[in-house]
Design a protein around this ligand. Structure first.
Ligand code: ZN
Length: 315
């Protein structure tokens, strides 16, 4: 069994830039690329396998027709989505529904997500949570556009990690690149978009009522229990274990031997170069390389000097 290496899927965004080219070396189609959907089974940008016996397959079709690759995991859709985002400009202030609201109103999963900050220009900020004490107060502050009172802003730097459960009002600020691990969903309720217009002079749609419905009030600030285990010069950082996904950083200096901890493993290189070794076969890894390690691959080695974000499905 080979790792399933995946072709990037680029998404143009009003707030996107060119760092997926300048930093990650991708051949991007224009200078407004906001997102690389690195590992996706979502119909709005599905990953295609680029090597081995499944070359040319969509991840969504493998999920349907070759569930054994995923340890016979349950569910109608491949549940995870890994993205690399380049925010040249501010993203809209937004909130995502949970599974029950998402399935009822949008016909898809809700969206709990988390962010590893790949880099951030000095002074960069995110919006993370809000100050309303009741839903009435939330509605009032939105209606009166009291954004400075409502929104909590948090300065960020390279290497920070944020857990963003569904119901959290949030926005990635300009100058920030992140690796996002999220549920496979493309449902975003926009609260505020800075009254921005696109090239045609159109503003993007807002979803005020849905936002008020799904926002967690009062806001909660999840406490992360980050742990690190050293293995020689390398280390494994565990950022998050949730019902949706578990997220790790593999900090590779020299080599790092690993065993599978979930049905299957999602792997994306965010920095550096090296190799992934599976069954004595070596695969080149560089910034942006993404693959799925199917259930049949139970151990592997990474070598070189790399930072990798890996995730496994939640239980
Ligand atoms: Zn979001």
């Amino acid at each position: 069994m080979e790792p399933l290496f995946l072709q990037p899927v680029f998404q143009e965004k009003i707030w996107g830039g060119n760092q997926l080219h300048t930093i990650f070396g991708f051949d991007i189609p224009n200078e407004k690329i906001g997102e690389d959907w690195a590992i996706s089974g979502h119909p709005h940008g599905v990953s295609i396998v680029e090597n081995g016996p499944y070359k040319g397959w969509k991840v969504s079709d493998l999920w349907t027709e070759h569930r054994e690759l995923f340890g016979h995991a349950k569910g109608d859709v491949f549940p995870l989505l890994t993205k690399i985002l380049d925010a040249e400009d501010d993203l809209s202030v937004q909130v995502h529904p949970d599974d029950s609201y998402g399935l009822e109103h949008e016909g898809e999963l809700g969206k709990t997500e988390c962010w590893y900050i790949i880099n951030a220009k000095p002074g960069s900020e995110i919006v993370y949570g809000h100050n309303a004490k009741t839903r009435e107060e939330l509605a009032e502050m939105i209606k009166e556009e009291r954004w400075d009172d409502l929104l909590r802003r948090v300065p960020v730097k390279k290497g920070d990690f944020f857990y963003v459960p569904s119901g959290t009002i949030h926005a990635i600020g300009k100058g920030i690149m992140i690796l996002e691990t999220q549920q496979s969903s493309d449902t975003t309720y926009r609260v505020y978009d800075y009254d921005r217009k696109d090239d045609q002079g159109n503003t993007r749609e807002l979803h005020i009522q849905q936002s008020i419905d799904v926002t967690t009030v009062p806001a909660i600030s999840p406490e992360l229990e980050v742990s690190e285990s050293k293995k020689g010069k390398s280390s494994v950082v565990t950022y998050l274990k949730t019902d949706f996904f578990n997220v790790y950083e593999w900090d590779v200096v020299g080599e790092l031997s690993l065993k599978k901890t979930g049905d299957y493993t999602l792997v994306t290189v965010i920095e550096g170069y090296g190799n992934l070794i599976v069954n004595d076969q070596s695969y080149e890894m560089k910034p942006g390389t993404s693959c799925i390690l199917p259930a049949q691959i139970t151990e592997w080695k990474v070598e070189g000097e790399m930072k990798i974000i890996a995730s496994t499905p939640g239980e």
